[in-house]
Design a protein around this ligand. Structure first.
Ligand code: UDP
Length: 262
């Protein structure tokens, strides 16, 4: 039974009221959807893996100075986050042609792009998240020109970092989608922060040596083995170790010959 107040329910996550004002709890579900939820399935354990993977990525990004909504992971499926006002844009960064870009421009899937490309989509399920330009974004007031600049810079910085992070574990970051939010601090200062999640649900991740897909395309394209692929991403990131033993509950090295254990 969950008596917490539910603030919002999306396709793969639920947001609950947090323990303090200005905080929320982000809960990762096992639901997998594609083609604007026309295709749906429950994939046992996906939420747990995405929670872990996203926690890891947001922490690493925080360490290099990218501001994010992430505070801490609470349990297997939930994390504590700062409440932000989501900018209604899906920001996609692409390094390699795939998915809708490949079909729209007739590019061979897998061909490297001349440079990283940032695209904006208006977050609106009823309209199937249409692609929009900066003109639309500013004309309709979804974000200011200064906010768009900041979002683009942050998205490219996240991309640079993640390309290296994934390459180091033998994975090619083909493209990904991120969302940003406005965070109000004291004195009515506003900062743009990275929000939502970064997981194999919203990235294209290809194994460098085999080319195997390790992301939600396995579900979109009925390739099977989604959980195994997500587990492999988590394992390579080093986040698969379940439930580290609580401090003090393990064997304790007793000093011998009067020497202190190191
Ligand atoms: N993406 C996402 N949510 C969406 C649409 C796209 O997370 O609603 C991600 C997708 O996983 C991929 C990238 O954004 O990593 C680019 O997706 P694309 O535009 O090629 O669309 P798709 O072919 O996935 O519909």
């Amino acid at each position: 039974m969950n008596r917490r107040r539910r603030i919002y329910e999306g396709k793969a996550k639920v947001l609950y009221e947090g323990p303090e004002p200005g905080t929320l709890i982000q809960h990762f579900k096992d639901d997998a959807t594609a083609f604007n939820a026309k295709k749906h399935a429950l994939i046992d354990g996906k939420g747990v893996l995405n929670n872990r993977i996203s926690e890891y990525i947001f922490q690493r990004l925080g360490e290099i100075g990218v501001p994010t909504h992430f505070i801490k992971r609470l349990n297997m499926r939930e994390q504590l986050i700062r409440e932000v006002e989501i900018i209604p844009l899906e920001v996609v960064v692409r390094n390699v042609a795939a998915g809708s870009l490949a079909s729209r421009l007739g590019l061979d899937e897998g061909s490297a792009l001349p440079r990283s490309i940032v695209e904006f989509y208006y977050k609106n399920d009823k309209l199937n998240d249409p692609m929009v330009s900066e003109e639309h974004i500013t004309a309709f007031g979804w974000a200011t020109p200064a906010e768009i600049d900041e979002v683009m810079q942050m998205a490219l910085r996240v991309n640079d970092f993640l390309v290296g992070l994934f390459l180091g574990i033998g994975i090619r970051l083909v493209d990904f989608k991120v969302e940003f939010g406005r965070l109000w601090e004291q004195n009515d200062n506003m900062r743009i922060v990275l929000a939502d999640e970064i997981s194999p649900d919203c990235c294209r991740l290809w194994d460098v040596s085999s080319g195997d897909k390790m992301d939600k395309d396995r579900f979109r394209q009925d390739l099977g083995g989604l959980i195994e692929a997500y587990q492999e991403v988590a394992r390579r990131l080093g986040v698969l170790t379940e439930n580290p033993r609580p401090k003090g509950s393990g064997p304790v090295l007793v000093s011998t010959n009067g020497m202190k254990p190191n």
